[in-house]
Write a protein that binds this ligand. Structure first.
Ligand code: CP
Length: 325
């Protein structure tokens, strides 16, 4: 099946086959990341603009790294140094970037729907790097990619997502990806942050942390999104941690083979204790590394590349796997 999408806006709109195409393409690109010569020429001559109007460390740097590994030119613009601080609109900013001959825009914005809006007014591909509490599709893709690396096929696998689901774009993107891939997803947290209506997305909602952890093969922690939520959804951070923070005692309820994930940034000692974040079962830094390969796949495909042109690299320094000319 050829890849036909120009934009990556949500996981909700992707088919299972498209998710698998991105993952398969990322597998091939990942094989390039450990070579001494890490660049492939797939996007040589293209210019990608990272427009980050909300703070980011992992996503922005991984998109930056991914574009460079594909030999694209990369320009980054953040909110505090752009003319949005002087009142310029998102529309004007984006149209100026297109006029400056950008070939693709990666956008992070606090407003849900802003990537969709740009996709309708621009003639170039738009990639969503997180829009408000709506979606963070490349995070959902890299998280499920990491789970597949550790567990194989996700059909029937039991995944617990624990924390602030209500305000989490990461949770929404993971729910869409995981349910399409056949995983059994349970959301856990205080009822104010994990309301029952999430069951309409094909997941289970539970407030029984011990029971959910005992059953889990994957537990994904989410931080409290202070920047998005109103006060009063739980009494205090200390009480949240005492009820739902993952500590050594609660981790002992997990199956010994269960893996621990977190999209970052971590609030150590709040949603997860350091010894677990840094422990043997944690795949948190593997998630970060996989973010490069997955974003290489997304940039490559949305720029017009085809999955069948990407083959895993033989282990030689001169091989050129991805979009090789
Ligand atoms: N996971 C994630 O989106 O992290 P950043 O906010 O640092 O990009």
């Amino acid at each position: 099946m050829p890849w036909t999408r120009r934009h990556l806006l949500t996981i909700e709109e992707l088919s299972l086959a498209e998710i698998e195409q991105i993952h398969a393409t990322a597998v091939a690109f990942k094989s390039t990341l450990t070579r001494s010569v890490k660049k492939v020429p797939a996007l040589r001559g293209k210019t990608i603009v990272n427009l980050f109007l909300e703070p980011s460390t992992r996503t922005r740097l991984a998109f930056d790294m991914a574009a460079k590994r594909l030999s694209a030119d990369v320009i980054s613009l953040d909110g505090s140094s752009s003319s949005t601080t002087k009142g310029e609109t998102l529309r004007d900013t984006a149209q100026n970037l297109q006029a400056l001959q950008a070939d693709m825009i990666v956008i992070r914005h606090a407003a849900a729907g802003s990537p969709l809006y740009l996709s309708r007014i621009l003639n170039i591909p738009v990639i969503n790097a997180g829009d408000g509490a709506h979606e963070h599709p490349t995070q959902g893709l890299l998280d499920t990619f990491t789970m597949k690396e550790r567990l194989g096929c996700l059909r029937g696998r039991k995944v617990v997502i624990l924390g602030d689901i209500l305000f989490s774009r990461v949770a929404r993107s993971n729910i869409h990806a995981l349910t399409k891939m056949g995983a059994a997803v349970t959301l856990v947290g205080p009822s104010t942050l994990v309301p029952q209506w999430f069951t309409a997305m094909g997941v289970r909602v539970s407030h029984d942390l011990r029971g959910a952890l005992a059953d889990a093969e994957v537990v994904m922690l989410l931080r409290i999104q202070h920047e998005r939520q109103a006060a009063g959804l739980f009494p205090s951070i200390g009480e949240y941690t005492s009820m739902f923070g993952l500590n050594k005692t609660r981790a002992s309820w997990l199956n010994p083979k269960a893996i621990i994930m977190h999209p970052g940034p971590i609030n150590r000692g709040v949603e997860i204790d350091s010894e677990l974040a840094d422990g043997d079962r944690s795949v948190i830094l593997q998630q970060v590394t996989n973010g490069i390969a997955v974003r290489m796949a997304v940039l490559y495909l949305c720029a017009g590349g085809q999955p069948e042109n990407v083959t895993p690299a033989p282990a030689t320094e001169t091989s050129r796997p991805a979009g090789a000319e």
